[in-house]
Design a protein around this ligand. Structure first.
Ligand SMILES: Cc1cc2nc3c(=O)[nH]c(=O)nc-3n(C[C@H](O)[C@H](O)[C@H](O)COP(=O)(O)O)c2cc1C
Length: 217
């Protein structure tokens, strides 16, 4: 059995990020029953960012998996043994959500060696980084996964990226103080792009699963 872990770093269980991640899961699962897909919702877990306890860097007992114990511990252990990783987040003020960033501190700090500054995970694997946002390809303020992207690329391998732009932020714009957005323009963009975004998500999930299966043939 091969496992893909999907980390949902958004708070809304049925909106844009969750829908894209669900399609990725569907695509991955379509590659065959040998692929298990597990989705973890960070907002359902009670956890901290890196506590700077330095337990991962104790002499002769250094670990590239975080040693701090809380609700994130089993997730980090599962990722270390996984065959593929998908991270998804809405963009908040130009970055991934605080929950995603907090999770990434715990994931990546144990990878970093202060002996030689190498960045090494327990295992390399395909990675997909997903962002959803109000911005458009022409106009967006997203810094995406920021400096964490370099750590991820070094530790796990070059990530694939998938972005859903100009998403619907609410179901009915007329009920909110959102005059800065034209609902008509949003609707038009969604009509032209959303199904395509979902299809790309499905394809990316399938591609990841096929890559995992091919690697291990
Ligand atoms: C607190 C907050 C900050 C946001 N900041 C940005 C931003 O800086 N840039 C952007 O393009 N969209 C921004 N957005 C819009 C969301 O990224 C976008 O609606 C996203 O698709 C929401 O994902 P969800 O539907 O999965 O919750 C922000 C939304 C919220 C709630």
């Amino acid at each position: 059995m091969k496992k893909i872990v999907i980390i949902d770093g958004g708070p809304r269980k049925t909106f844009n990020t969750a829908s894209i991640l669900e399609k990725i899961a569907e695509g991955a699962a379509s590659a065959g029953s040998i692929i298990e897909v597990k989705t973890v919702r960070l907002y359902s877990l009670d956890y901290k960012g890196c506590m700077s306890c330095m337990a991962c860097k104790i002499k002769d007992r250094a670990s590239n998996i975080c040693k701090f114990k809380d609700a994130l511990t089993p997730v980090l252990e599962e990722i270390a043994e996984a065959d593929g990783l998908v991270l998804g987040s809405p963009i908040y003020f130009g970055d991934v959500t605080g929950q995603m960033r907090t999770f990434l501190e715990r994931l990546a700090f144990p990878w970093l060696s202060y002996n030689d500054y190498s960045i090494t995970a327990a295992k390399r694997m395909p990675v997909l980084l997903v962002e959803t946002m109000n911005g458009t390809p022409e106009r967006n303020n997203s810094n995406g996964y920021g400096s964490m992207e370099h750590c991820i690329a070094q530790a796990l391998g070059d990530p694939e990226r998938l972005t859903a732009y100009n998403t619907y932020q609410v179901k009915d714009y007329s009920r909110y103080e959102l005059a800065g957005f034209s609902e008509e323009a949003k609707r038009q963009y969604r009509d032209n792009h959303w199904e395509q975004d979902l299809q790309q998500a499905y394809d990316a999930g399938r591609r990841m699963a096929e890559r995992i299966l091919n690697i291990n043939i």
